[in-house]
Design a protein around this ligand. Structure first.
Ligand SMILES: [Zn+2]
Ligand SMILES: [Zn+2]
Length: 171
């Protein structure tokens, strides 16, 4: 009887041990599964970060391209500005040259009493007696007095047709 009981106990122990082992294995499986899930999640995160990084690099490259083209545009504007300036200087030069021929430029020596700071007076190319104060457009020649500026349709200096005119302020 004692022997039987012991066998029974032993088999019960063995069963319960098996059950525990099975539970532990199941738990382990569960943990492995969880780890796999987390690994997969991390992989996914990593690839999305990689994508993000790549797109950021693309944006950064695009920004650099934009900055480069902006710099080029600024350079171009600078060059155009310089060109316009030198053209203007040429124009002013040629205006003075031609003014010597067609109008009378008087260079007043000493202190000028009438407040002409440059000491240069341009005489009207129309009447030849009054100081010129009207600039013809588009040629930009300062070439006529108020009265002649209204009457004349061709610039007395370069003969270009007047589209409009500006009356200058003489201090
Ligand atoms: Zn005049
Ligand atoms: Zn002109």
């Amino acid at each position: 009887m004692v022997q039987e009981q012991r066998e029974l106990e032993l088999s019960w122990l063995a069963k319960s041990f098996e059950t525990r082992v099975w539970a532990l294995e199941k738990q382990k499986d569960e943990q492995i599964w969880q780890l796999m899930l987390r690994t997969m999640e991390l992989e996914r995160l990593r690839s999305s970060l990689q994508l993000e990084n790549e797109s950021l690099q693309t944006i950064s490259r695009q920004n650099q391209t934009t900055i480069q083209s902006l710099n080029q545009a600024i350079d171009l504007l600078h060059r155009e500005n310089e060109e316009v300036k030198s053209h203007l200087a040429e124009d002013v030069g040629s205006c003075c040259d031609m003014a010597d021929v067609t109008t009378r430029v008087e260079r007043e020596g000493g202190v000028s009493g009438d407040g002409d700071k440059l000491g240069v007076r341009v005489i009207c190319g129309g009447c030849g007696s009054t100081e010129a104060c009207v600039v013809f457009l588009p040629c930009r020649h300062l070439c006529a007095c108020d009265a002649c500026g209204d009457d004349t349709s061709l610039c007395p200096i370069c003969r270009e047709e007047k589209s409009s005119s500006i009356t200058t302020l003489v201090f």
